[in-house]
Design a protein around this ligand. Structure first.
Ligand SMILES: [Zn+2]
Length: 290
């Protein structure tokens, strides 16, 4: 009996000590967070839940359970915060939301997709524009020839997680690392020498761990500043109008070449490119970001 009590007491003390150590480690970890200024003075800030819904919540998996319910509550906020310009706090954890130059970067997420990626590539070729493709690992694995086409055309690559996991940032650092590495491995299987120096968190649902792991793996977190919410299928007119009215020097434009019916995006791109290339210089995000 006595032994039982003292064992219980000892266990309690051990628990307290472990909790204390974990607390210290947490504080230490937080103190190691680089003290970064907001990425750009004109950069995106979003309300607490905005970014979560601003990117397409679940690529190519309309029935995906975990993010589906969240997505259904999202459109109103995505509409308000789609441009990423609403005030409400910076929860980008230092992710880049502009190019940092006068040039504009078009980014295409969630592919590659055999229906739409070739159309996007053809339009970009027609206007001699290089862009950046944020590819989903399983799609890269399924369509390595499209990843090859992207790189062959001079576009740059961005890791967009293995399975478009909007909740990835809430998982353990080890789980995040495994997901990002698996995605990079699938991309490298297609294009062994192509640099992968950008990471875009699905849904823009950034967390400190996901930003930290991406940086550890040599990838710079990439957000956006112009979001026509094309994944909500607003139609080519609206996508075109949003991009053309919001684009400004340094914009990073978010569009999707996969994850659903993207013919509206393709048609919008056909209208966007002549105007945008007349007003701005467009660039693929560099493979040597600082
Ligand atoms: Zn996405």
């Amino acid at each position: 009996m006595t032994r039982g009590i003292s064992t219980a007491r000892a266990a309690g003390i051990v628990t307290l000590v472990v909790a204390g150590l974990l607390g210290s480690a947490y504080v230490l970890g937080r103190s190691l967070v680089p003290d970064q200024p907001p990425p750009h003075s004109t950069g995106a800030t979003t309300s607490a839940d905005g970014p979560h819904y601003a990117d397409q919540p679940s690529a190519g998996e309309p029935s995906a359970a975990p993010s589906a319910s969240a997505a259904e509550t999202g459109p109103a906020e995505a509409g308000q915060d789609g441009s990423g310009r609403e005030a409400g706090g910076d929860n980008l954890f230092g992710a880049h939301s502009t190019t940092g130059t006068p040039r504009i970067a078009l980014t295409f997420d969630d592919g590659p997709d055999p229906r739409y990626t070739p159309q996007v590539l053809a339009l970009l070729r027609e206007y001699d524009v290089r862009a950046t493709f944020c590819v989903v690992g399983e799609n890269a694995q399924d369509h390595p020839e499209l990843v090859q086409s992207i790189v062959d055309a001079g576009h740059t690559l961005c890791n967009h997680s293995w399975h478009h996991d909007v909740g990835l940032g809430a998982r353990s650092a080890d789980a995040i690392r495994a997901d990002l590495m698996r995605t990079n491995a699938a991309i490298r299987a297609a294009v062994p020498n192509a640099p992968i120096v950008w990471y875009r968190q699905p849904g823009g649902a950034w967390t400190y761990p996901v930003v930290s792991v991406a940086r550890q793996l040599g990838m710079t977190p990439l957000h956006w500043s112009v979001d026509p919410s094309d994944w909500e299928l607003p139609g080519a007119n609206k996508i075109t109008a949003t991009v053309l009215s919001q684009a400004e020097p340094g914009s990073v434009v978010l569009m999707h070449d996969a994850g659903g019916d993207r013919q509206g995006t393709v048609e919008a791109l056909r209208r966007i490119l002549p105007d945008l290339t007349a007003r701005f210089e467009l660039e693929a995000l560099p493979t040597d970001p600082t």
